[in-house]
Design a protein around this ligand. Structure first.
Ligand SMILES: *[C@@H]1O[C@H](CO)[C@@H](O)[C@H](O)[C@H]1NC(C)=O
Ligand SMILES: *[C@@H]1O[C@H](CO)[C@@H](O)[C@H](O)[C@H]1NC(C)=O
Ligand SMILES: *[C@@H]1O[C@H](CO)[C@@H](O)[C@H](O)[C@H]1NC(C)=O
Ligand SMILES: *[C@@H]1O[C@H](CO)[C@@H](O)[C@H](O)[C@H]1NC(C)=O
Ligand SMILES: *[C@@H]1O[C@H](CO)[C@@H](O)[C@H](O)[C@H]1NC(C)=O
Ligand SMILES: *[C@@H]1O[C@H](CO)[C@@H](O)[C@H](O)[C@H]1NC(C)=O
Ligand SMILES: *[C@@H]1O[C@H](CO)[C@@H](O)[C@H](O)[C@H]1NC(C)=O
Ligand SMILES: *[C@@H]1O[C@H](CO)[C@@H](O)[C@H](O)[C@H]1NC(C)=O
Ligand SMILES: *[C@@H]1O[C@H](CO)[C@@H](O)[C@H](O)[C@H]1NC(C)=O
Ligand SMILES: CC(=O)N[C@H]1CO[C@H](CO)[C@@H](O)[C@@H]1O
Length: 583
């Protein structure tokens, strides 16, 4: 070998090694709990920061935006949909549960952040494409109102791609996947044209376009968002085709495997400051067996995997696992040592002057925001709930604008402890109920309520703990009967602490104690996580408080306090639990 060639080869080796010189291990999911359909982008102009968004359906605030400089510490920096005037339907429409904000695309172009998404509801025909933009994603109020982009085929999953000539291409779901040129000033979309058919699976959706080394690359999701889900890729010299499928497809998938992380698909790709490529996707922690038993209450979460994509060649991805290794950017020095994977704890005491934490959600934008008041006069360190007529399930006459008194956060850990204190004295009329819930949506929830059944309060049995599950997919034999337990008479005038705890990865324990004597805790019921998982449910478990008159039209107010969510452990493989520090 001559010296020049040797040096060139050595240089090449060093360059290649440099890109991968400092592999570190990290855990999936990088954003745990219900965070499906991730779309992420890297923005060097913003201090080499990665930004991601995930689907939010009827949860409000919606369109959460996360930022990270090291890919493992993710901060929720804003919710792009944060006040109802931006998209009034988030408050007024949709009695169907699995509609709302679907999968989005997040991109940065020429100083501006673009979040393009689909809005679906039952009160309007078809699907609307709506665009939110900002020049500062850290400033929540700076996100614009929804700007409508034409959706010629009533598709979902709009992408946003700027071509070299400045034209803007919006790919979207369809068989084959289609695209239109769009005008971002008028919202007009051109006659759609066909892109790629995929590799033969159903539900071609979630497209993202990229351009690299003279090719257009089209990444799509195929197979439906369950066990056959996948992410596949094709390329073409021209946007009009022909598209060539990657010989390495699927790029990412767990189908036909027994891996713990299933349903891997609906991906996005981005490149970091040193030129390494990364992929994100959604995945469900369960393994195929529990998946088939529909026990995956956290739903679809966001995972990260390294991608190698040599010049002119096809991308290859590492398979998604609970523990992975890759050339992560250096750890942000400002951050605590806990990665977002460990799940966020809540220690919330509703101190006067505080506001509702940014990561908590309502189900639709609240029709009456004053139903959730922190520390009203005379009641410091409490949250006052004004009950909704409808309970969490609602009834035939329930309308979105009636409002639902529910405030929740995501279950972000396989094992956790959640508790809230309920103050005495709210009960005046029959049916009144305040409680805590594990809530997937209005047709899937497990509630632990304190219910007043009328009569005199002092009489034993008139104030009860009621553990009740609602599961529209359950049959009479699989829906457990409500468990009703009288509140012990010695607790009647006390503040009562209600607990929901995942004691293992399949079951939830519901219990209660006098707040001042938590050791007197009583186990009231154990319910399966299958009640809050479902094959056609796209959300994941939320934990929260609710108040209802169960159909009564009168006003009822109650007070809760001391909201705690304590992460206990993350399961990352069949026999692998990572304990939270301090547990
Ligand atoms: C980048 O980081 C510096 C130092 O933390 C900060 O002052 C600056 O505002 C940041 N710039 C952007 C665009 O985020
Ligand atoms: C946008 O589309 C609408 C309806 O299809 C049409 O009336 C209008 O002229 C279009 N605007 C532009 C600038 O093309
Ligand atoms: C998709 O597949 C159908 C049926 O095989 C074929 O007729 C059509 O031309 C294909 N379209 C594209 C864009 O490849
Ligand atoms: C899960 O269900 C699918 C579809 O019914 C089946 O093909 C697969 O064998 C099942 N896997 C397990 C582990 O039960
Ligand atoms: C670092 O991780 C990447 C992605 O898994 C891999 O391709 C590369 O070989 C690793 N490098 C080293 C030095 O282990
Ligand atoms: C469930 O039970 C109710 C009341 O007993 C009965 O009316 C209904 O037909 C049952 N449904 C099924 C699917 O068995
Ligand atoms: C979890 O606990 C429940 C109830 O105690 C039990 O029936 C179930 O088998 C346990 N599941 C696992 C995975 O240990
Ligand atoms: C909800 O309220 C309706 C009446 O408004 C009642 O029929 C139903 O049993 C209640 N369900 C739950 C889970 O509270
Ligand atoms: C409460 O109001 C609803 C409509 O707002 C009505 O349908 C219902 O009959 C009323 N219930 C009672 C108990 O008055
Ligand atoms: C509505 C109701 O449950 N009322 C009961 C309240 O408690 C007294 C004494 O136990 C019962 O007699 C009532 O039926």
């Amino acid at each position: 070998m001559n010296w020049l060639l040797f040096l060139a080869t050595l240089g090449l080796q060093i360059a290649t090694q440099q890109a991968h010189a400092h592999n570190t291990t990290y855990n999936n999911p990088i954003i745990p709990g219900w965070h499906s359909d991730p779309s992420c982008t890297f923005v060097s102009e913003w201090n080499n920061t990665f930004f991601c968004t995930t689907s939010s359906f009827l949860a409000f605030p919606g369109c959460p935006v996360f930022a990270s400089t090291d890919l493992v510490h993710w901060d929720l920096i804003s919710n792009a949909l944060n006040h109802p005037a931006q998209l009034p339907q988030i408050q007024t429409s949709t009695n169907a549960q699995m509609l709302g904000i679907f999968a989005s695309t997040l991109r940065y172009h020429d100083g501006k952040f673009y979040l393009l998404t689909a809005w679906l509801d039952t009160d309007n025909d078809g699907v609307q494409f709506v665009l939110f933009t900002t020049t500062n994603p850290y400033d929540e109020k700076s996100w614009t109102n929804a700007f409508h982009i034409q959706n010629p085929l009533s598709a979902i999953d709009p992408d946003l791609f700027w071509d070299d000539d400045g034209s803007v291409i919006m790919a979207f779901s369809g068989s084959p996947i289609k695209a239109s040129y769009i005008d971002l000033t008028t919202g007009n979309a051109s006659e759609p044209f066909d892109l790629w058919n995929g590799t033969g699976y159903n539900n071609q959706e979630g497209p993202h376009l990229y351009k690299k080394d003279g090719y257009y690359y089209l990444l799509i999701a195929e197979g439906g968002t369950e066990l056959l889900h996948s992410s596949t890729i094709a390329r073409s010299k021209s946007i009009k085709g022909p598209w060539e499928s990657s010989p390495h497809n699927p790029l990412a998938s767990a189908r036909y495997t027994d891996r713990y992380f299933q349903t891997v698909g609906h991906a996005d790709l981005f490149q970091d400051a040193t030129g390494n490529w990364w992929g994100v996707a959604l995945a469900t922690r369960a393994g195929p067996e529990l998946y088939n038993e529909t026990i995956y209450p956290m739903g679809r979460e966001t995972v990260l995997y390294p991608v190698s994509w040599p010049k002119g060649d096809w991308p290859r991805a590492d398979q998604v696992m609970g523990e992975m290794s890759g050339p992560l950017p250096p750890k942000s020095s400002k951050k605590s040592s806990l990665s977002t994977f460990m799940g966020e704890a809540d220690i919330v005491d509703f101190v006067p002057g505080s506001s509702i934490p940014k990561h908590w959600v309502f189900w639709r934008a609240p029709a009456k925001p004053e139903s959730f008041t922190i520390s009203p006069p005379g009641h410091p360190n409490t949250l006052r709930l004004t009950a909704s007529r409808a309970n969490l399930t609602g009834d035939a006459s329930f309308k979105a604008l009636d409002g639902l008194t529910l405030l929740a956060r995501r279950q972000t850990n396989t094992l956790f402890d959640f508790s809230v204190d309920v103050h005495p004295g709210f009960y005046k009329a029959q049916g009144e109920e305040i409680g805590i819930t594990a809530f997937l949506h209005q047709d899937h929830h497990i509630d632990l309520g304190i219910v007043f059944t009328g009569g005199s309060l002092e009489s034993k049995g008139n104030l009860s703990f009621r553990c009740r599950a609602t599961d529209s997919d359950a049959t009479n034999s699989t829906l457990p009967s409500p468990v009703v337990t009288p509140v012990p008479s010695s607790w009647l005038s006390e503040t009562i602490r209600l607990f929901i705890r995942a004691e293992n990865s399949t079951h939830y324990q519901l219990s209660a104690a006098p707040a001042t004597r938590p050791r007197e805790s009583r186990l009231l019921a154990i319910f399966s996580g299958s009640l809050i998982s479902g094959p056609d449910v796209f959300t994941g478990n939320l934990l929260g408080v609710y108040a209802t008159t169960n159909g009564g039209n009168h006003t009822m107010e109650g007070y809760v306090s001391r909201w705690r969510y304590t992460p206990i452990a993350q399961q990352i493989d069949y026999d692998d639990f990572i304990q939270s520090p301090g547990v």
